[in-house]
Design a protein around this ligand. Structure first.
Ligand SMILES: *Cc1c(COP(=O)(O)O)cnc(C)c1O
Length: 381
């Protein structure tokens, strides 16, 4: 039934062998920098590539400061801690996301509150956010208090789904109005731009991931960005075991975390970052080919918001009729073309099923219909 798609994808990737969802590409200076790193013996958590990576991420995104971490989840955890999220607090987020967003809230002994997403961006809906805040919270002494639980809503974590920016400027304005700290889960959207500004730079803090499936990768890694010097210093301190800087003494002044990125991972990412804009260009070409293909098939291909330039990380289609989703996933995977459904909504997972939720109709609608299709950079042969 979906043979046309399978042939089309095999043609795009010039291959009749297994086509993965998103294979990394290491065609730049990766081996050169890795060798340099090994030759220097500085393979662990101090070294020139960690510094370089932090400088490069900051200058690429336009953020003042970047702090490298061992993965995106730990960067999210630190961002929430720096927003003073602590035991009993609440954090607003979206139900359609990778579990790390909600896990990091739990690491702070806080609870998520779910508001809906927009159908076009697949990210947090400013209307749903504002509606929840207006109807269910009170501002008391510049704190946003949840009327039904009496708890403080300390932070808000929208996510830029599959690299498509959400309406982050409006979300920022709402958060400011309610004294809520905005942290962007930009783990999937490194390189995505909304109204001329990089995702991750709208909030007080933004977080990226360099996991194996992301647009640039070191196998694992993460990064926190911010314009706030104090937060940047605190983030570096907390992620590096809270060791006081000294030539030889080992003094730690609070409970810190070993969330350091090894230099060897940083070497890989520095090389990958040099290719990021080229990856995005090639992925845009691929995306446009899919867009044309699905137009004639009466299947919606997600292009995101007009005012954005996505990084085209994961290509996404939406089946108007639910029943075709599973048929499509079954057939494509059995024929060697990898496709996958979206995550089960966070409010349905056992750990978060008691969390407070707004009306989540868009998230529920998308959950039943969204499929990701092969999106890796096509190799020139
Ligand atoms: C990848 C990802 C993360 C972080 O994942 P790590 O594997 O810890 O780097 C967080 N949130 C979202 C939405 C992600 O896709």
């Amino acid at each position: 039934m979906f043979e046309g798609f399978i042939k089309f994808t095999q043609n795009l990737y010039k291959s009749t062998e297994f086509i993965p969802l998103h294979a990394p590409k290491f065609n730049g200076n990766e081996k050169k920098y890795l060798n340099k790193c090994i030759d220097s013996t500085f393979v662990s958590s101090v070294g020139e590539f960690v510094d370089k990576l932090e400088e490069n991420i900051a200058s690429y995104t336009g953020a003042k400061y970047a702090i490298a971490t061992n993965n995106g989840t730990s960067a999210l955890h630190i961002a929430l801690l720096l927003a003073n999220v602590s035991k009993g607090d609440e954090v607003i987020t979206q139900p359609l996301t990778f579990v790390a967003t909600c896990n990091s809230i739990s690491y702070c002994n806080a609870n998520p509150v779910f508001v809906d997403i927009d159908r076009d961006s697949m990210g947090m809906s400013p209307e749903s956010l504002l509606n929840f805040l207006e109807s269910s919270t009170s501002l008391i002494n510049q704190q946003c208090i949840n009327n039904s639980t009496g708890k403080v809503i300390r932070a808000c974590v929208p996510m830029h789904t599959f690299g498509h920016p959400c309406r982050i400027d409006t979300i920022r304005d709402i958060c400011n109005q309610y004294y809520i700290c905005l942290i962007e889960d930009a783990c999937e959207s490194l390189g995505s731009v909304y109204k001329g500004k990089h995702t991750g730079t709208f909030g007080k803090m933004g977080v990226f991931s360099f996991n194996g499936n992301k647009i640039v990768t070191a196998g694992g890694g993460g990064c926190l960005i911010t314009n706030d010097e104090n937060l940047a210093k605190r983030a570096k301190h907390l992620t590096t075991t809270s060791k006081k800087s000294h030539k030889w003494e080992f003094v730690h002044d609070e409970v810190g975390y070993n969330y350091r990125m090894p230099n060897i991972n940083a070497a890989l990412i520095v090389a990958q970052l040099e290719q990021l804009e080229d990856f995005i260009k090639k992925k845009e070409v691929l995306s446009n080919k899919y867009l044309e293909f699905f137009k004639s098939k009466n299947i919606e291909f997600v292009s995101g918001l007009k005012e954005s330039r996505p990084n085209f990380w994961l290509n996404t289609i939406i089946f108007k009729e639910e029943k075709y989703k599973d048929l499509f996933i079954n057939e494509s995977n059995s024929k060697g073309v990898m496709t996958r459904p979206v995550w089960m909504l966070m409010n349905k997972l056992s750990m978060f099923k008691n969390a407070q939720s707004a009306d989540l109709r868009n998230a529920e609608w998308l959950e039943k219909r969204v499929v990701n299709i092969p999106s890796g950079v096509v190799q020139n042969k």
